[in-house]
Design a binder for this molecule. Structure first.
Ligand code: ZN
Length: 206
């Protein structure tokens, strides 16, 4: 899956990784996104809510349905759903270059989670663990851990209202091979406790 892959091609590939997919609105116009494609100037969740009359319950792994959605709306953002049993997301908020952050996580042997780079944060995909304590934002020195609220999760190459596209830093192989949230959280807290991320300057973009 290359960075230049179209939203439709990505949407059709994700079900093989175990992800149900939902078509969402997108930013428009293309060059200078100012509006959500739903047309509401005051859209509360611009470019990240289900298309038209769709609801999260319509997320599907049916390739024929996905093909119909993206034939009708090729620019639609692909999203999946987080839930308490199949897919959880830990967000690591940090302003530095996400590739540099992941290099540091690798050095500290954090379990190799699939990772999506979004502006100012990383989304680490994990096996949800309802018994795991929720991330405690106050425990972070530089970089803050939070849980992604259950609901729709935009997937690469979705475009954001900033004009940026989400991208994979480390790809998902299959949802059945995700690491448990609890152990990943412990590892992330250990890395933060070392102060390793403190040294990453926000303006260090390469
Ligand atoms: Zn909208």
């Amino acid at each position: 899956m290359s960075y230049s892959q179209s939203p439709g091609a990505a949407a059709l590939a994700y079900p093989t990784c175990g992800l149900p997919i939902l078509a969402c609105h997108w930013p428009t116009p293309t060059e200078l996104p100012q509006f959500c494609s739903c047309g509401a100037l005051d859209c509360p969740t611009p470019a990240r809510h289900p298309l038209g009359t769709l609801t999260p319950h319509d997320a599907t792994r049916d390739l024929a349905q996905l093909a119909r959605w993206w034939q009708a709306t090729p620019a639609a953002n692909p999203a999946t759903l987080t839930d308490p049993t199949h897919l959880g997301v830990i967000e690591l908020h940090h302003p530095a270059n996400p590739d540099r952050i992941v290099q540091l996580l690798n050095l500290h042997t954090v379990d190799p989670c699939p990772i999506i780079a979004a502006p100012g944060r990383l989304h680490l995909l994990v096996q949800p663990d309802p018994t795991a304590a929720a991330p405690d934002p106050t425990a972070a020195s530089n970089g803050t851990l939070t849980s992604h609220a259950p609901g729709t999760l935009l997937l690469p190459p979705s475009r954001l209202m900033s004009g940026q596209r989400l991208r994979w830093i480390r790809r998902l192989s299959h949802t059945t091979r995700l690491r448990p949230a609890a152990s990943v959280l412990v590892q992330l807290r250990d890395v933060l406790a070392t102060g390793a991320l403190d040294a990453l300057h926000p303006l260090l973009t390469k």
